[in-house]
Each structure stands twice: as C-alpha cells, then as structure tokens.
Design a protein around this ligand. Structure first.
Ligand code: 3EB
Length: 354
C-alpha cells in the first residue's frame, strides 16, 4: 500500500486552543482525546463532539487534548452507539454509554460483557462502512473496572464481550490486534471508547519481556484481553507513528512489585524501553522514550509528585516526555497495579520490510 497522500497529525495541546481551532475550522480536527471536566468555555468549544473522559488531571490542572487532525474535508455520522468523523484516509470514533445501558444490556453479571460486545460490534460496523480501515489505536475506559460484576470481575466480562466481537467481525483478536489501553473510571457512568483508524498499513508490535496479552493464561480471566503492546503506522508525509499501549509492571504475565509504585514505575520503564527497541528494529525511525508524549495513569493521586520526580531523573527534565507528560488519576485493570504508562511518538521514517 502507498503512504496516504493526506497526512494525519497528532498534537497534544491546551484544551481551549484546540477547541478554538475546531470552532474556527482552520484545521480539520478529526477528533480528540480529552481528559477531565473543563469549565464552561472549554467544554462548549468542543460540544457536541465528543465528550471528555472523566478522569482527574493531577499536578497541574491544565487540561490538554490529544488532537488528531487532517487537512481534508470531513464528514461525520453515527453508527449504532458510535459517533464518528472521517476525512481523507482517516476515521475517528467515540462511544459513551451510561450506566443504564449496562443495566439493560444483560441479566445477572452479563451487563458489562453485553455492553462491550455491543460497542465493539458497532465499531466494526463503522469500519465496514468506511471500507475497513485498520485500527491504529483504541482507548477503553470502564467504570469500577475491577469490581465484581455478578460472579466475574467487570474487566474480565469486558474482555469476553470484546474478544467475541473481534472474532465475529473477522478482526485480528490475537497476533495483529490493535494497540490499546483499558483504564478504570470512578464515575457512575458507563463504558467510553475512542478509536483512530486509517487506510494505512499498521504493524503490531510485541514486547520481548512480556507474554502477549492475547495469550495471558486463564487465571487472568476466561477470555484474554485483545490488544498488542504497540503499533507502528505511517501517517503520511514520511512520518511514522509509534503508538504504545498501556504498559504496566508486568513481566511474562505476572504483576511485579505490588505495593511499591516506584518499583512498578522502574519496571514499566524497562518494558517501555524494550518496546521502543522493538519499534526501532521494525522501522527506520529514530524513536526514543525521551522524545515521546506519555500519559501516566496513577491509582493514588498523592503519589504523583514522587512519580514525576523519578521520571524526570530517568528521562531528563527538559525532555519532550516530561514537557508533555499528562498525569491522570485512574484505576488500573489489575488491583495490585498502581501505575500504567502509554505513550505516542512520531518521527520521520518508514516501516522495515516484514
Ligand atoms: C496489561 O499489560 C495491563 O485490556 O485493552 C494495558 C493495555 C492493559 C490495554 C486492554 C489492558 C489493555 O495487561 C493492562
């Protein structure tokens, strides 16, 4: 496949300016991933597309968005519960369910599974309507993620519904699964999903230090999570994106350093460095962890200053990593884990021959 003639751009920007740009229509904002609950003006700038994820920003209260844009005419619509916007080769989508959707979706314990299945079935219907672009990245946010959902943890139910939807749609549920994250919300709402897709070759990456998540043994749930550790995707204009999935203190398939967030952080950094190395082996792009834009999810808000300090020591205070780091309060999908880091990098380069 040739590189797309119309490039996709990603920028992490203060929320208000992103909204202003969207409103002015100067650049084609395909979609954004925004966090927190902005006050009136910033909220109105984006309405009605789409809502922010209800996680609390930590340390500073500057709201930032990851804005995905492309200089092309855009059109938008809705497919089932998925609202989408498309332009050139690119597609952005969002779904925000509420708690009532889950309650009505299934009987004893089946609500989370049923809702995950429905959201993903609608996502794949959206992809089909757009000629089946490849998923570059998925974001999953599930309230009360490790709570019991009637005999089975809600995240495990989510994994059952998600995997079933992938298999029914003929999408790669194992090797080649998309990059993703899955975090827990502390709100009374429902599942929120975001995705970016495009007609560009997406290459899934695995981490040599970790068992692929789609091969986790059954003790982590009856159906494995459906994601790859990272993805590489050409964005056009010679740029290559590295989209690193949520990464935690997991080696092999085991959680390490329960109860010690800073040790979990160090292990997570080793995992991230191993992934970046894998990405460099698969491309000509000079990716580095230091020159990437991370989101750091913390279970315990009060640990944010210590985590930031440790990160600054490891990555250098003036690095892009530290300048663009977003610290957010969220639950991690294993109760013993307290930190998860995802990151995104763009650099000039191409995919290596596979
Ligand atoms: C892990 O490595 C940590 O279910 O989509 C990270 C990224 C995690 C994505 C998902 C879960 C997901 O298993 C959790």
């Amino acid at each position: 496949m040739n590189p797309p003639p119309t490039a996709l751009h990603m920028a992490r920007r203060p929320a208000a300016s992103a909204g202003a740009e969207d409103a002015a229509g100067r650049a084609g904002v395909l979609g954004f991933i925004g966090y927190g609950r902005p006050a009136g003006a910033a909220a109105a700038a984006h309405a009605p597309w789409p809502t922010r994820i209800a996680v609390r920003p930590l340390l500073d209260h500057t709201l930032r968005d990851d804005v995905w844009s492309t200089p092309a005419p855009l059109h938008q619509g809705q497919t089932g519960v998925v609202r989408w916007r498309a332009g050139a080769q690119w597609l952005f989508g969002a779904a925000d369910l509420d708690a009532a959707d889950e309650a009505s979706a299934g009987g004893a314990g089946g609500g989370t599974e049923a809702v995950a299945h429905r959201v993903y079935a609608d996502l794949f219907a959206t992809l089909r309507e757009h000629g089946n672009p490849a998923l570059l990245r998925l974001w999953n946010y599930l309230p009360r993620i490790t709570s019991d959902g009637g005999g089975l943890e809600r995240y495990r139910q989510f994994n059952i519904g998600r995997q079933r939807a992938f298999l029914e749609a003929g999408q790669a549920a194992f090797e080649g699964a998309p990059a993703a994250c899955a975090l827990g919300l502390r709100t009374g709402g429902g599942l929120s999903l975001r995705f970016v897709a495009g007609h560009t070759p997406v290459r899934a990456l695995e981490n040599p230090r970790q068992v692929p998540a789609y091969r986790y043994p059954e003790r982590y749930g009856p159906r494995a999570p459906t994601f790859s550790r990272a993805a590489l995707a050409p964005l056009g204009e010679g740029m290559l994106a590295l989209l690193v999935s949520g990464t935690a203190s997991i080696v092999g398939h085991e959680s390490l350093h329960a109860g010690d967030t800073l040790a979990q952080l160090d292990e997570t950094l080793r995992n991230l460095r191993a992934l970046i190395e894998a990405a460099r082996a698969q491309s000509s792009a000079p990716f580095s962890l230091e020159d990437s834009s991370p989101v750091i999810y913390l279970r315990h808000a009060h640990e944010a200053p210590a985590v930031r300090e440790r990160l600054a020591q490891a990555l250098g205070g003036p690095s892009r990593f530290m300048r663009e780091a977003l610290f957010l309060e969220a639950d991690i999908c294993r109760p013993e884990l307290d930190i998860e880091i995802e990151t995104l990098a763009c650099a000039r380069g191409e995919l290596a021959a596979s």
